[in-house]
Design a binder for this molecule. Sequence first.
Ligand code: MSP
Length: 509
Amino acid sequence: MNKQNEVFYITTPLYYVNSHPHLGHSYSTIVADIINRYKKLFGFQTYFLTGTDEHGQKIVEAANKENKSPKEFADEISNEFKEMWQKLGIEYSQFIRTTDDSHKRIVQSILQKVYDNGEIYFAEYEGLYCVGCERFLDERELVDGNCPEHGTKPTLIKESNYFFKMSKYQDWLIDYINKHNNFIFPEQYRKEILSFLKEPLKDLCISRPKDRLDWGIELPFDKKYVTYVWFDALINYISALGYPDGNLFKEYWKYSHHIIGKDILKAHAVYWPTMLKAIGLEPMRKLAVHGYWNNKSMKMSKSIGNVVNPLELVNIFGVDGLRFLLISEMVFGKDADFRLDSFITSYNAHLANNFGNLVSRVINFTIKNFDCMVPECSELTDIEHVLQEKVTEKIDCIKNALDSFQIHEIVKNFLEISTLTNQYFDKTEPWKLAKNDEQRDRLGSILYTCCDIIRIMNILISPVMPNISLSLAKYLGYDFVKTTELDLNQLPSGQLMSKPESLFPRIEQ
Ligand code: MSP
């Protein structure tokens, strides 16, 4: 089962430090963490990068409002993100800040390289700028003259700036996307970018004059300018690995997967691959794009003021419960409306009633009838074979869902295993067999089959619910941390089990 030496690199977007971490940010990071943990479970050598995006106009505006310097302000909010990730069980390999010296140095070296290659020029420019997006918008993107994302009027800016010759890569990019079906995923976003690329691509303005904005990385070839925040921030994905000579870079870049929300698709699917091309690198391997968590049909965002604090949900569902719900309640790639009542309904149905009930009835019944020990498994009959076959199918579905980032499908298949096993328990009626000594072997086989499937389910769900998983492993007397075997009938008989506490207490609406 272990695929030794396969390598995987996953990143989240770098979060702007103008806003406190909320449920939307947490979704990107939890998805990345879960996928990273799955890859590790399946034997991959992985690297998981997250961090904060700290330069640009909107950070300066947010800091000004609080009478703080941009750096002081960025330090505070960046720490909030770190603390939030710790509370949500995120196990990243590195947390990068775009104000890190090493990042700044690499951004400058890349700018110099692109400049020396003649791909950066100076020109007068007039355009419509949205501070929320931190980018110039095309006329055709506007809805009633407003930014479609923020609903605000962009500001007309006329100034001399440096430009990256992005337009020259248009044909190459279209060709690349056409030849690499899964480069941008899900399909709707791939189509969106291909349709955007049907119109002529403009060059990218990559500087800001310091007399208007000085909170940024100075251009190495003109001290009167700082780097445009997106040109700076995107480079994090390679600066964190020590581009160009670092070992991490050599080892991981080829296997890069970026998780992003749909609002930052253009920057990742157009700016970033062309920037990489300009410095002679292959694009990232995959761009996985998710939708929005909405609140009453509006994107949850600081500017709208309708954000949900993940820690309030942790208080209700526990960390593992929240992680589970976030990925089960959103189809990856589509928007989802956050509703506390549906989260509670789903938690009660799937975790308390289905999986929680399975664990509690099987383990308690086994403990009571087999002196706290995992029973021996004698002969298996057709009903077990059918169940086990279905379980094997579901495990395959989970693996496939993971490969295509259909992360919600993982939970769906997991719950189907739970339902099937509950049905098996009901059908075989072990409580009747327990009354008859002659049926003891059969009873043992049934309970063994259930316990073994719970062991497998526990492994399968461990990336989503790492804490619950450790407790459940202990109840089964199983050394889960060392053994990640997904084959059937691997639970050693005779192991000492312990009485489970309620893993998922029901929550009242
Ligand atoms: N700083 C840029 C990204 C630079 S990456 C080199 C940025 N930051 S952000 O803080 O505004 O957003 C970060 C991520 O959070 C984006 O992927 C965005 O889609 C995601 N979310 C913010 N609000 C969201 C929801 N309401 N729902 C789901 N995700 C959303 O953009």
